[in-house]
Design a protein around this ligand. Structure first.
Ligand code: ADE
Ligand code: ZN
Length: 348
């Protein structure tokens, strides 16, 4: 009986057509695929799935800290061993999103991470991901666009190359540039020029800020970087003047509830500030961040928002539309996406 109830309530969130604006490809690898890649390419990892899981996925008994969270991505870099592997993980990430009834996704990927193990040229890696994305999106009937990510804790020179290459791939589906990585210990400042040039080249921008750093980082991302969207940004509530700024500018927040809990931003899921952000008039959307690292789906995050944070179903529907309205697509395509979702959501 209980089980039926759980299954039935999960289904409402599964049936809800969803939009994902913040998902990292490198945080979306299937565990079984990682084991196969390890066997094929001689990557030394623990042979048992449970032991591998503890290296690449956050476990309940681990410290919920950003250092532990970021550590998983170091291990994940061992797996990007061939163009076929990069094609496979891209295809599977898109298949998983489609099965979760995500109708539109902006998948972000970190070219420097994907190129590292074998020294692949950045332009090759970016062309492979664009190509795989187009094919998988067609195969699984989902719309997908890409965002190139660079990490604050890595080289500014490499970030500049990634930004330049991303701009040259806009026609191939790379619509934006993202600043990710260790916000607690590395400032965004050195990347400002790169983001300005990216904007001038026609890329949209999103910055991880107010996650492992304070509200001033959100203010900086909005004012100095003129970011179109903020990754996380939940600590904006610590400064009412930054809340006011974000509201005036209509800044969109890409909120990732479980990720925030697992990386130590909030002490409990029920303490997540999403509801307060919405009450403050902020434009917040729901996203996964790293579904495999966190062992979640977007459906799971919508269920959490409803059942643990108390958001009514109507508000969830509104947030799907808010995400569609904040897509980095050209205006006409974005309007068509919103209209399509409005039609589907009125039936629910
Ligand atoms: N890379 C992958 N997930 C991230 C996060 N939550 N914050 C910063 N960088 C990341
Ligand atoms: Zn992220």
């Amino acid at each position: 009986m209980n089980q039926n109830k759980t299954t039935a309530s999960l289904n409402i969130y599964q049936v809800l057509p969803k939009v994902e604006l913040h998902r990292h490809l490198e945080g979306s690898l299937r565990l079984a695929t990682m084991l196969e890649i390890a066997n094929q390419h001689g990557v030394t990892v623990p042979p048992r799935i449970l032991d591998l899981s503890s290296l690449v996925q956050v476990q309940d008994e681990e410290p919920f800290t950003f250092t532990n969270f970021l550590e998983k991505f170091k291990t994940l870099r061992l797996f990007y061993r061939s163009p076929e592997v990069i094609d496979r993980i891209t295809r599977e990430a898109i298949e998983d999103a489609a099965r979760d009834n995500v109708r539109y996704m902006e998948l972000r990927f970190t070219p420097v991470a994907l190129s590292r193990a074998e020294g692949f040229p950045l332009h090759d890696v970016m062309a492979w991901v664009c190509d795989s994305t187009r094919r998988a999106a067609d195969e699984f009937g989902i719309r997908v666009r890409l965002i190139a990510s660079v990490n604050r804790h890595e080289s500014v020179e490499l970030a500049e190359q990634v930004a330049w290459l991303a701009a040259s791939h806009i026609k191939d589906g790379i619509l934006g540039l993202d600043l990710a990585g260790n916000e607690a210990e590395f400032p965004a400042g050195p990347f400002e020029g790169i983001f300005k040039e990216a904007r001038q080249s026609g890329l949209k921008t999103t910055i991880h800020a107010g996650e492992w750093g304070g509200a001033q980082n959100v203010g900086e991302a909005i004012q100095r970087f003129e970011a179109d969207r903020i990754g996380h940004g939940v600590r904006v509530l610590e400064d009412p003047s930054v809340v006011a700024l974000a509201r005036e500018r209509g800044t969109v927040f890409e909120v990732c509830i479980t990720s925030n809990y697992q990386s130590g931003v909030v002490p409990a899921l029920s303490a997540h500030p999403l509801t307060r952000m919405l009450q403050s008039g902020l434009d917040a959307t729901l996203n996964t961040d790293d579904p495999s690292v966190s062992r979640i789906t977007l459906t799971h995050e919508f269920k959490l928002a409803a059942e643990d944070l108390g958001l009514p179903f109507e508000v969830l529907k509104q947030r799907v539309l808010a995400a569609a309205n904040a897509a980095f697509l050209p205006d006409d395509e974005r309007r068509a996406l919103v209209a399509d979702l409005e039609g589907k959501l009125t039936l629910l």
